[in-house]
Write a protein that binds this ligand. Sequence first.
Ligand code: NOJ
Length: 571
Amino acid sequence: MLPRCAVQVCHVLLLVLCMSAAEDFDWTKNDRSSSFYYGTFPAGFSWGAGSSAYQTEGAWDKDGKGLSIWDVFSHKQGRVQRNDTGDSSGEGYYKVKDDVSLMNELKLNHYRFSISWPRLIPTGIKFDHVNEKGIKYYNDLIDHLLENKITPIVTLYHWDLPQVLQEKYGGWQNVSIVNHFNEFANLCFEKFGDRVKYWITFNNPWSVAVEGYETGEHAPGLKMRGTGAYRTAHNIIKAHAKVWHTYDTQWRGKQKGLVGISLSGDWGEPVDINNQKDIEAAERYVQFYLGWFATPIFHGDYPQVMKDYIGKKSAQQGLGTSRLPSFSSQEKSYIKGTSDFLGIGHFTTRYITQKNYPASRSGASFFTDRDLAELVDPRWPDPGSEWLYSVPWGFRRLLNFVKAQYGNPMLYVTENGVSEKMTCTELCDDWRIKYYRDYINEMLKAIKDGVNVRGYTAWSLLDKFEWDEGYSERFGLYYVDFSNKNKPRYPKASVQYYKRIISSNGFPNQREVENWKRRATETCSSSNQLLAADPLTSHMEMVTEIVVPTVCTLCILLSAVFLMFLLRRQN
Ligand code: NOJ
């Protein structure tokens, strides 16, 4: 366990970092705090936890898997914190049974995971080769989940594009990828669709577009400012629609499943709720985030505000056409209505104010196109990732926004959770307990507001590779000791807390809920001691696995030599 003073130093450092990253703001005039709501979720509400292939599986080059853009990106020096890679991560590939037993411990109703495209189709092109061992791995995982009455919710694309497709065609920049993705999805429906009934085409395409092709912080690391993200998003939306139609026409009849997409969105709250410019800027923030993908899928075209702003800026930059591509009318009607449910990934909130960026050709970017500034309240808790402030009330607002904008679709929360820094080795994660308690409570309020939320996925089941942050940020309910080659898992206190929310289907009454935190943290100090003893355990394992056999072999050899020597002397 880290001493309290070290935790405080972490906090101060983080606060300084975060404050330097964002402008300051007078929060005292805008207190959004509200009271706790006791009550339960509708019967049948589905509780789950999530993961993704590259973040957890490891086995990056095993059993015929092809390279993904994340394998290549993380192997380049300087792209990921401390040059960490997902090569072995938590070895989830080899730990299906162990991990499903953790899910059982939590009594999860569903588990959300993703399929690695290059594990199934090494080059990404189905015609080249299909890897049977990859199919077997996912078959085993799905079967094992179902045997344990855990519903699989399967994502087809959680960022690990086959490297060959990036090299040959430019990845998501090239429309030809739509067909390759559709063939991959079709293969998944064919092989797994008899048992998988919830499909998510893409996870958080905003990140793929902006961080992969605009800022280059994520694989494939391209910095095509002002154009890369828009072109990527355009092809992703087309690919999503095509896959939905494939399922709808070829599989839905017999398999009776659902196909959706998982979109991420921070909430944007106007700095001054009486200032029309701030109100519009905050709405723009959400439209350039969630609306960018949700509006075409639910209404057939990009949000008007995106078309206006990017169009206007492009014209000021002397461009003949907008940097935001457009859909033909045929494409619009093909795309509209292609989500049976909407997945929402949500972690945090920003205050937003209007800010004009002069249009210059060299300064074109997704960020300046929005004409706004993001602010944070320094009082918001921020235990882990620099960008992740705990602002529960933003969640309720976002869910209500989705209800109002897209006709109250069926929603699954596909990601929600909070991290801690790697150095803060602490299984008594009271800040995570508080985060889950308050965010889940805001979701309950949203359901009372009439939002159609059907399930919730805690992010994430295990600590894992956190993209460009490597292993420096931990989102898991279970701690993974990455320094031990067996990658043992230890429950954090939040496991016990989340388990109680699940078994009570919410927050039944004050007296009961108040006990939960105390009971959840009762066992964590002994788990902390186990964890602290871990280096010793792995040392002893090394002794038994390497030193003991080596010494034994040497003894046998020496005895044999000695025996031969004795025999010779007798002769
Ligand atoms: C969203 C991504 O989908 C997920 O992979 C990641 O772990 C979380 N954000 C936290 O950064």
